[in-house]
Design a protein around this ligand. Sequence first.
Ligand code: ACO
Length: 327
Amino acid sequence: MSDQSTIRRAVLTGTGAYLPAQIVTNAEMAARVDTSDEWITERTGIKQRHFSAPHETATFMGAAAGRAALEAAGLAPEALGAIIVGTSTPDNAFPATAVQIQRELGAKKAFGFDLAAACSGFIYALSVADAMLRTGQVESVLVIGSEVYSRILNFEDRGTCVLFGDGAGAVVLQARDVAPGGVGVLSTHLHSDGNLADILYVDGAIGRPGMPGHLVMNGREVFRHAVSLLTGAVTEALTANNLTAADIDFLVPHQANKRIIDGVGKKLGLPPERVIITVDQHANTSAASIPLALHTAITDGRIKPGALILLEALGGGLTWGSALLRV
Ligand code: ACO
């Protein structure tokens, strides 16, 4: 119950991560396709990526990241209210990855579902979790991004296969009654435009006969839209909360490409030390990239309690969005 001086918010209480053991460097990619460390580094900032072994599925990795996030939050799996998984690479068409993770964690009381918004999956899932927590539907939500893009990459296409990696990141959000200036998700802002579907998509899935699906991208067009749409989404988040970029402690962007991240950071006037970068280590892990970056910067001590952080992502759809939260 909140009294007049408090507001019910979704508060971040734990983070977790899982990365496959196998690291593939740019030099190793160059042995596989006609590319070079120099080309990849210059255009994207990527130095290496993790690729899954067969057992490292979205469920396996998501459960590991989720378990770690619950431990960090000090929340028993049996007490968890819901699990939402952002993924484009589920183990099965159904049951949902989230329900399989529920079984792995022994989260008996929780309900779970997957959410498909490509690289914006984490922001979308965070937004849904925030609404469920603020309206009192549940008291806690485990939000996971878990992806095995190595299984949908076309290794004949050097323009895309060097850009992505596998991994999972997770956060626990819990409902808390806090002071208006206190911790929690302040707002989320979601967008999509199906007219831009053909610049970034997977050309099939289980419902398309004979087309398991590979990632297809017009990189130039994605790049062209990314900086302006993302700048719009972060400006929207700041305006909605009467804040300016100077109030932001850290930008934790989707990790697709360092040039896109730098472009948004520059438009906001943020110095590089206030922008979290993991794309060099993880490449683009789609829905997993923001929780992985968040976990990295919280566990290495950069993001401290009380910090105001701005999240943004853009992905296939197109989908894009932003979120503002105080940790
Ligand atoms: N290694 C070497 N050369 C390559 C590679 C490679 N891996 N890939 C493409 N090239 C070549 C092309 O064949 C082309 O050669 P040509 O001029 O002889 O024809 C040349 O490099 C330029 O190709 P472009 O595709 O025009 O390269 P561009 O400068 O646009 O860079 C990139 C490509 C890095 C993909 C860029 O467009 C980009 O950053 N786009 C943003 C897209 C992005 O980051 N997407 C991530 C997904 S978004 C999301 O998160 C879902």
